[in-house]
Design a protein around this ligand. Structure first.
Ligand code: AMP
Ligand code: MG
Length: 429
């Protein structure tokens, strides 16, 4: 494929590696301490350790009878029933020892008494007056989780940089952390550009007051959602016209945030002014295109912010920016591929590579080779019979098609045709 002589047009992998490299060097933002439930989706800025062995005692995983497995070598066997152990007994009520040929009935989650080394499930027993008859043997350790088997006291349970999902929040609760120290959410400036782009009318003005050739700003909205999901907060800037003076002002304003995302104005047209204005601002460009579709004209770089009086000339901070192509699906795809890892890193997250799932293709596809394609698709089917198929679309401006899809089918650049049944890569979101 003709790369237009652009040395900064990279493959998907080269471009993504570059972003990950820059992301890994970012200094995370300051931290704050929040109540546990306010931490869902946030990024941990401390380590969470086990405050005691987990489990703290030998825990029965079944309702049944605590036994010595060696008593069950000849079956069936009768064991003397010495009592019952519920979950959460007072320590003084715990039996001190089970002797040979004795048993206690025991509940799920209850401590297995000393001397017992297994629990027989209630299903394999019959209780009688004063004794229990057991019909099945058990191996030593069966239906018991040993103290400290899940984690030993002091063990690292959650690392700094972990995104706090439901399991992480539950784990923090389980070790008695009512509050956690998390990173501040980064502020991500969003700047839509284009003379044809108009803001949604809100308040009294009627929404259909729009010229035939005008286009409502939708990219700022998709980006705000994606930013939120990636762990950032959006700072919406006014729409920039295709005019360098105002565009420059707004870009300078956007560079005050932790990261600037622009949409539109990065293609080859005469009024695509984002790159020239950034170049005027002495921006460094890491790439100005990626061999992907949609999203080929994507730009990644760093620009100095406006110096303030107290900045030393060598210490003027610079900020990263992305120029995302304006076509709405291009904006969404390039955000996922490139902007997300930067925002996650600013949010304090440990870096992780781009992950694809795989599913069999439902219907044969044909594409032009040369670019890695991210095509709106539907993952459907039940359980293990999941399949993926393309959604018909009019190209990267077709938000309606994207909203009918639930994933992107990823076509490698060397493929022209993929037969039905072949396993293909799928990017969720
Ligand atoms: P551009 O990247 O500026 O060449 O724009 C490519 C296409 O995306 C054009 O059809 C634009 O009208 C459209 N577009 C650009 N910015 C937006 C936006 N903020 N919201 C919706 N569509 C946009
Ligand atoms: Mg434009």
């Amino acid at each position: 494929m003709n790369d237009g002589g652009n040395p900064l047009l990279l493959s998907l992998e080269e471009a993504r590696d570059l972003v990950e490299e820059h992301a890994s060097k970012l200094v995370p933002l300051p931290t704050e301490t929040l109540d546990l439930l306010a931490c869902a989706g946030r990024v941990l800025a401390e380590q969470v350790l086990a405050d005691r062995d987990i489990p703290p005692f030998a825990r029965s995983t079944r309702d049944g009878y605590a036994v010595r497995s060696s008593d069950l070598e000849k079956l069936p066997v009768r064991l003397a029933l010495r009592g019952e152990i519920k979950a959460g007994p007072a320590p003084a009520d715990l039996p001190s020892m089970i002797l040979p040929r004795e048993t206690f009935s025991i509940m799920t989650g209850a401590p297995v008494p000393p001397g017992a080394n297994a629990v027989v499930m209630i299903e394999y027993t019959s209780a009688h007056n004063g004794y229990v008859e057991i019909a099945r043997g058990v191996a030593a350790g069966e239906n018991i989780v040993a103290p400290g088997a899940e984690a030993q006291r002091g063990a690292l349970l959650l690392s700094k940089g972990a995104r706090l999902n439901e399991a992480a929040i539950a784990l923090a609760a389980s070790v008695g952390k009512p509050r956690l120290n998390v990173f501040r959410r980064p502020r991500i400036a969003v700047l839509a550009t284009g003379d044809e782009i108009v803001e949604l009318h809100t308040g009294e003005r009627v929404a259909d007051e729009i010229g035939l050739t005008q286009i409502r700003n939708s990219n700022s909205y998709s980006l705000a959602v994606q930013i939120q999901q990636a762990g950032g907060d959006t700072v919406l800037l006014p729409i920039a016209p295709d005019e360098p003076v105002r565009l420059r002002q707004l870009i300078e304003q956007g560079l005050q945030s932790d990261l600037l995302l622009m949409t539109g104005g990065v293609s080859m047209g005469r009024y695509d002014l984002v790159e020239p204005v950034l170049a005027d601002l002495k921006a460094e460009f890491f790439f100005t295109g990626a061999k992907i579709q949609p999203g080929r004209p994507v730009v990644f770089g760093r620009a100095p912010t406006l110096p303030s009086l107290h900045d030393q000339p060598r210490a003027i901070p610079s900020k990263y920016f992305f120029g995302l192509p304006g076509n709405p699906v291009s904006t969404m795809v390039t955000f996922e591929l490139f902007a997300r890892p930067m925002i996650e890193a600013l949010a304090g997250m440990a870096p992780h590579p781009l992950l694809f799932l795989h599913a069999p293709l439902k219907t044969e596809i044909h594409v032009k080779p040369g670019l890695t394609r991210f095509l709106p698709a539907i993952l459907s089917g039940k359980y293990e019979a999941t399949q993926v198929e393309l959604v018909p679309w009019q190209g990267s401006g077709d938000i309606a098609a994207r909203s009918r899809s639930n994933c992107y089918l990823v076509v490698p650049p060397d493929r022209e045709q993929i037969p039905a049944g072949e396993w293909v890569a799928v990017m969720l979101r």
